[in-house]
Design a protein around this ligand. Structure first.
Ligand SMILES: O=C([O-])C(=O)C[C@H](O)[C@@H](O)C(=O)[O-]
Ligand SMILES: [Mg+2]
Length: 449
């Protein structure tokens, strides 16, 4: 499968280290790109592809322990993961600060990519630094998993200890088609959701199946009045429950303010109504509704302007973007300092990343809102036992490491799918997926409404 990079441990590699520290030395790194099934979920850029890429990272230590991590699997992430995977053997899984230094040395020219955006901007800026951090995050999680297994300690303990035993998640509602176009595409039984009644039915199933108590609707798909009607319908069906609407920056300042005025009485927060920090600041100045973001603040350099201008009241952290679990805690400390709320963003991900999110979320005192997760939409996984939400919550694992076990058979199948792909699915492109149904579709310019 995938790429393997190994290292034979020698006396020189461990010179000066206590004998048992040798067990912490990475002897092999395995990188396995996979394609996972994804339903036809709509967003302002288009629609999810039938399959989307992820990268599974295994870090093997001298004593045979295997730590697992997961991150984005588009080709530009794979290009950075390969040199890091090659360089890591010989280093200790406990040297997490050194991992960042190593990545700076080997992961390409930082000037290669500037402030461009990817997936039509849904992931925010795409600096070289952020790409590297997204790759590091998967390695960091794998190292923490291995370290925890070796020490017999859960990852949350390595992060300083949990402050809660369960982590609350929110239902992530999407407008969607019943099926992807084409015969060989994955199917599920959720049906279409293209109007308020469809959104409410989806939310009801989420609430009944997983116990989620709060609801986020991915917006920016239909004209704002239709999405206002859907959120109103949710409020009627679930009175008093926290509701969120996220058009991924598709609206003008004026439209954002109009939606905020119309839904202000029922929204917990409005997520990325407008794109750019400057526009968000204008919206924030004109409404009492808190604004959340996983688009205009996704890197440390973006914090200063956003906090100084009051552009965001809630940062939705994504440990992949921010460079892992320890950086997420640093972000949490900055938010705490400035009185900005914190929760978690999620993109299509599997059980390894959900375990990582849950461990770090358990350690953050100021986790103010239920976290997002796409997980219920994912029918594939690479762990032997899927996470189970109870009353909308996941119990924080106290098992050593992340508390998940890699399902090698599943990994093999999903990697074979990646190998068999002609390249169409290896980079997520929601606009291209939309063109399969609507050949004239172009990524809408912003603001769309
Ligand atoms: O909260 C968000 O903005 C996201 O989760 C971004 C994602 O790309 C979402 O829009 C999606 O998967 O369509
Ligand atoms: Mg968002």
């Amino acid at each position: 499968m995938g790429e393997r990079y190994s290292h034979t441990q020698t006396a020189a590699a461990n010179a000066g280290a206590p004998t048992d520290a040798g067990a912490l030395t990475v002897t092999e790194v395995r990188l396995t790109p996979i394609l996972i099934a994804d339903p036809p979920l709509l967003n302002t850029q288009g629609v999810h592809q039938p399959f989307t890429p992820r990268l599974i990272i295994e870090v093997v230590t001298a004593d045979g322990t295997v730590g697992v991590g997961e991150t984005y699997g588009d080709s530009r992430y794979l290009e950075l993961a390969a040199p890091l995977g090659k360089a890591l053997p010989g280093h200790a899984v406990s040297d997490l600060n050194g991992l960042f230094t190593l990545a700076e040395q080997v992961c390409g020219d930082p000037d290669d990519v500037s402030d461009s955006v990817d997936v039509g901007g849904l992931r925010g800026v795409q600096t070289a630094d952020k790409l590297r951090l997204s790759v590091i995050s998967g390695f960091e999680v794998a190292c923490l998993d291995a370290l925890g297994k070796i020490l017999g300690l859960p990852v949350h303990t390595l992060l300083g200890g949990k402050v809660r035993d369960t982590v609350e998640y929110s239902a992530y509602l999407f407008y969607r088609w019943a099926h992807h176009p084409g015969a060989d595409t994955p199917r599920d039984d959720w049906g279409a959701a293209l109007d308020p009644a469809g959104v409410v039915a989806q939310a009801r199933r989420f609430a009944d199946t997983y116990g989620f108590a709060s609801f986020k609707l991915k917006g920016g798909v239909f004209p704002p009045d239709e999405e206002i009607a859907a959120v109103r319908a949710l409020a009627e069906e679930f009175p008093g429950r926290p509701l969120r609407l996220d058009p991924n920056g598709a609206w003008s300042v004026e439209t954002s303010l109009r939606v905020a005025a119309e839904l202000g009485d029922i929204l917990e927060y409005l997520e990325d109504p407008a794109s750019t920090t400057a526009r968000m600041a204008e919206v924030a100045a004109g409404t009492e509704v808190p604004l959340a973001t996983n688009m205009c603040v996704t890197t440390f350099p973006e914090i200063r302007e956003a906090f100084a201008t009051g552009a965001v009241q809630v940062v939705l952290s994504d440990h992949h973007y921010w460079g892992g679990l320890r950086n997420t805690r640093e972000l949490a400390a900055i938010c705490r300092t400035f009185g900005v709320g914190l929760s978690m963003h999620s993109n299509t991900h599997l059980g390894i990343s959900l375990a990582a999110m849950t461990h770090v979320a358990a350690t953050v005192p100021n986790l103010d809102y239920a976290c997002d997760s796409h997980y219920p939409w994912q029918t594939d996984d690479v762990i032997t036992s899927r996470h189970v939400f109870t009353d909308g919550r996941l119990t924080v694992s106290d098992a050593p490491g992340l508390g998940v076990e890699l399902d090698r058979d599943a990994l093999k199948v999903l990697h074979q799918r990646w190998l068999d792909d002609d390249g169409t699915m290896r980079d997520r492109d929601d606009a291209a997926a939309m063109r399969v149904a609507d050949p004239g579709w172009q990524t809408p310019s912003v603001p769309r409404w």
